[in-house]
Design a protein around this ligand. Sequence first.
Ligand code: NZQ
Ligand code: ZN
Length: 391
Amino acid sequence: MFKFTYNIPTKVYFGGDQLSNLGPELKKFGKRVLLCYGGGSIKKIGLYDKIVTEIKKAGLELFELSGIEPNPRVTSVNRGAQICKDENIDVLLAVGGGSVIDCTKFVGAGKYYDGDAWDLVTRKAPITNCLPIVTVLTLAATGSEMDCGGVITNLETNDKIGMGASIMRPRVSFLDPANTYTVSPYQTACGSADIFSHLVETYFNPTGSMFMLDTFMEGMMKTVVKYAPVAVAHPKNEEARANLMWTSSWAINDFVSACQRCTWSCHPMEHQLSAYYDITHGLGLAILTPRWMRYVLDETTAERFRNFAVSVFGVDPTLPNMEAAKAGIEAVEKFLFEDLKLTKTLTELGIDKTHFTEMADKACHAKGGRVLKGYKHLTPKDVEAIYEMCL
Ligand code: NZQ
Ligand code: ZN
């Protein structure tokens, strides 16, 4: 059994009518608030006005960083860090999905660094401090509202890199499922595929787990499989949105990964797809995940896949391991490509093998090694083969 430390200090306000707590929570960290948001969806859904009202009501000073891109760019991080330095900001308020929250995390760290924030993402310089972060989540997917990581893109170098530090974990998050009612069916499907992938990446690890944590993960995967199609078909279904939102946070907030000691596999591969082709993170994961599953399925992994298939998709437990495992992977494909109607191949996205060799190389070097040390260790050749299965 592994040792671990449980420390998930994000305070969560879940459900509606809780924004009256926003001002008082921000005030605990100071007076000067930088509101960070994306391309304007928060204005369309009326959330921006509500937030500004609360900030004013609390007598706080408001500054803004807008236009944070999906797959957030380091240029936005640098822009925000500069505002923090110039305006002596006390606290950051991220309102949006994972891209906004991730960018905000590095803005907060960038405040304490004199050079290009890209150095913090690439580990060239250590993250030494971070402004306190409060979030209002508008899209259930990444779990950034309760984890300490962020993923930043540099278009100049075709790099998309994830990096984390406990100091970047949001102090307070407002999770109101109603704020996700306007998320499009496509983004809902992609976000759900992302949540599902976080659980898959954690569930399939060679370092062992606890029965209790396995059961939590299986329950959360079942939750996504049950409710994602409902939210896609009925965007204002509160039960579906609430289940997805709370699962997004718990899938990646370090709770289920307490026993796990290995690198994820599909995420480093997907980050290359987003870096080179700017595709939506969850879509890339949806395309990669079942191919990766087929690639790593063998006599040594069949039992774990069988357990997954039986527990999450109700596959017949009397089937031999390999048969049950394959039925489970087919069920994953049905969920992603039929129930959620996500695009099945890279070819349909106009992506061919042009960059596969360099992308595979980068995916394997993402953590500084030469192989992706995941559930099954993958060499660049293996990763390239998986990309080719996606065509
Ligand atoms: O730009 P705005 O106007 O905010 O619009 C966004 C964006 O166009 C829109 N949207 C968000 N909430 C909405 C809404 N539209 C209507 N109504 C709402 N309520 O949806 C689009 C996508 O938003 P984005 O934030 O990019 O999506 P997501 O939450 O999926 O975040 C994806 C990013 O997070 C990273 C991904 O790599 C990607 O860059 N990840 C972060 C992780 C983390 N911090 O731990 C882990 C993940 O594995 C992931 O890598
Ligand atoms: Zn993800």
